[in-house]
Design a protein around this ligand. Sequence first.
Ligand SMILES: O=C[C@H](O)[C@H](O)[C@H](O)COP(=O)(O)O
Length: 286
Amino acid sequence: MFDSVESLESKLTSVDSLENLSSPLENAKRAASYKAMDEHFLPLLLAKIPEWSKLSTIQEFSAVQPLVVGIGSGSTVVYAAERLGEIKSVFNAFLNDLNLICVATGFQSENLILNNNLRLGTLAYYPELAIAFDGADECDPQLGCIKGGGACLLQEKLVALSAKKFIVVADDRKKVPYLSYGWKIPIEVVNNAPTFVEHQLKKIFGKDLKECVIRESMPKKAGAVVTDNFNCIMDINIGPVHNVEEINNKLKQITGIVETGLFPNVNCVAAYFGNSDGSVEKILHQ
Ligand SMILES: O=C[C@H](O)[C@H](O)[C@H](O)COP(=O)(O)O
C-alpha cells in the first residue's frame, strides 16, 4: 500500500530546518529555489497522483503523459534541481523515471539533472513543458529578464518559450526597477560576425550604444567565450531598457545575432527572490 500523499509531503526537508550554507548569498539562492519548487511543482505533481496511483506496470506508466520540467542554468537553479531530486526520491512510488522528465538548457544544466538522479529528455522529444525554472541576472517588475550571465541564453530561451509556466529563481540583488539597471545585455553572435554586428548596432542605437565587448574566457582560457552552440557572446550597454520587447526585436533584426539575453515576459508567472536571512519575496505576474 502507498503512503498517503500528506505523509510523503511531510518527509520533505522543511525549509526552516535547513542548515546554513557557505554564505548568506547561497542561503538566499537556496531559499528562493526551494520555495519556488514547492509552490509550483508540487501542486502539479499532487494533481497527477490520483491518476498515477492506479498504474502498476511499466507498460501502464509508459502510456501516461509525463510531467516535463525545464531546468535552467546558473548557480541558483542548482538548488531547484536539488529540491526536485529530493521530491522525486520522496514521491518515488508515484514519480518514477517514466513520468518525470527534465529538459536541460545546456551542458551545466544536463549535469545538474543527471547528478540529481532525474531523467533527461530533450525538446525534440518533449516540445511542450509543463513548467520551467531558471535563474536571471536581472528581473523587472513585469518579470521581464536579462539572462545569459553564464552564456546559456539561447537554449534557455528555447526552454522558457516551450514551457506553459516559467518561474524565475534568484537572490534579491536581481530584483531591479528596469532592465540594464546594472547589467549589460548579452547577445549570442555567430563567430565571424562581431565586427559586422557592432557596426549595425552603432547604426541603430547611435550614441546610445555605450559599450559593446566580446566576452572573454580569461583567466581559464585565452580568447572569447564559446557558447554550447559554438557561438560567441557580446555584452552591450545601450542604457536603461524600459520596453523589453521592442529592444529585443530591434536586436534580433540584425543578421549575425542568434539570440539576445532579453527575455520579455511571455509566460513568466512568478519570480522568487531569496534574501540572506532565508526569507523569500515573491512577485507574481499581474
Ligand atoms: O546563462 C546563464 C543564465 O542566464 C543564468 O540563469 C543567469 O546568469 C543567472 O545565474 P545565477 O543564478 O548564477 O545568478
